[in-house]
Design a protein around this ligand. Structure first.
Ligand code: SF4
Length: 360
């Protein structure tokens, strides 16, 4: 065990079998210390974050994943909403006044929200806010709008890119295991499609992220296999920026009877991902789902980056999380300082941002 941990801490490659062993049997403190050694070796005590906001154009979605508390099936549902391009551009203008450097744009999938809609939205946002990065459309959404508009996913990406689409978020990956996908997201595209869209994006020069939704029905082996498929693609393309482990939040979902992952499972997943994904530059903490306490612990156990101030985050907040709706710039810096680290603001492509206090 010590020898595997040492190799991981030194940034050497460990096998899927070894990662499974670490997850199951390594003492938590040793696991976190090894993961922290990787981070500290790369960036010292600096931990990055960005100032961003979410725009979710609609919550109407025909995919209907059982784990999702955000989406509704139909516009007849009293919780349904659907914004026009103009409404979103207006709202983005207000958010930009708060100092954001990135808009994170994902939402439900329904036929009105097609390729032409997103081309118009991105072009409008870039015209109004040329300095703000657009991190938008998961691989699942790209595949959906491509099929709606009867073009290939590669052509959809070329067109959204031409309109101003900068990078892709990592959502929709869930767990690649077909067995688990059948339980939690049986109408969502398979792993092969998700990976292929990211491969195409990387080939076009886009940077993307990758997620893992853990803590429901998956086994440890399935968790590690998910990471192994990501590591293989990263070896091939090099286009991933960050891996984002997302703990399942059962509240208001079809699986509300599950407990959700424990603190220990969260910390083990984060630490093992840092040790196993030796070719991913960043392990990003989506603090809104982990909670502030686990986030602070994990900033010394694998996280080198936080997912931003997240103004107007709606997806995790559709469950029963207790984290606030957006953290101020000061408070997110405070979380990093609480972990004994140095906060550094970055933009979407990880260049440092120098400025004073911002309102977001
Ligand atoms: S997770 Fe995404 S694809 Fe699934 S129902 Fe929710 S919004 Fe739709």
């Amino acid at each position: 065990m010590d020898e595997i941990l040492q190799r991981g801490a030194d940034g050497e490659r460990i096998t899927a079998g070894e990662a499974t062993r670490l997850f199951t049997d390594a003492p938590l403190a040793d696991l976190m210390a090894a993961a922290d050694a990787v981070v500290t070796g790369a960036v010292g005590s600096e931990r990055t974050y960005n100032v961003n906001a979410h725009l979710n154009p609609t919550n109407i979605c025909v995919v209907g994943c059982g784990f999702c508390a955000f989406a509704v099936w139909t516009e007849k549902d009293e919780r349904a909403y659907a914004y026009s391009v103009d409404q979103l551009i207006d709202r983005a203008g207000q958010l930009a006044e708060q100092g954001i450097t990135e808009l994170h744009i994902v939402g439900g999938m329904t036929k009105e929200y097609d390729l032409a809609y997103y081309e118009e939205l991105f072009a409008g946002l870039k015209a109004e806010l040329p300095g703000v990065f657009l991190t938008a459309l998961t691989a699942v959404e790209i595949d959906f709008i491509a099929r709606l508009s009867k073009v290939s996913s590669r052509e959809a990406l070329e067109r959204t890119r031409a309109a101003g689409h900068d990078t892709m978020p990592g959502g929709g990956a869930e767990v690649f295991s077909p067995r688990v996908r059948k339980i939690i997201a049986d109408r969502k595209v398979p792993a092969e499609t998700w990976l292929e869209v990211h491969r195409e994006a990387h080939d076009l020069g886009m940077r993307t992220n990758a997620t893992l939704l853990f803590g429901h029905f998956e086994t440890t082996e399935e968790k590690i296999d998910h990471m192994a498929q990501l590591r293989d693609l990263q070896d091939e393309s090099g286009g991933f920026q960050a891996f984002i482990p997302l703990p399942f939040l059962p509240g208001n979902t079809d699986f509300a009877y599950l407990p959700g992952p424990s603190r220990e499972e969260k910390l083990r997943t984060i630490a093992v991902s840092r040790l196993f994904l030796d070719n991913f530059p960043h392990i990003k903490g989506h603090w809104v789902m982990h909670g502030e306490d686990v986030t602070v612990e994990a900033l010394k156990g694998g996280f080198d980056d936080l997912s931003g101030t997240l103004t107007e985050e709606r997806i995790a907040h559709a469950t029963t999380v207790e984290t606030p709706l957006g953290l101020s710039n000061g408070r997110i810096r405070g979380l990093i300082e609480q972990a004994g680290c140095v906060p550094v603001e970055r933009e979407t492509l990880y260049a440092k941002v120098e400025r004073g206090e911002v309102a977001a």
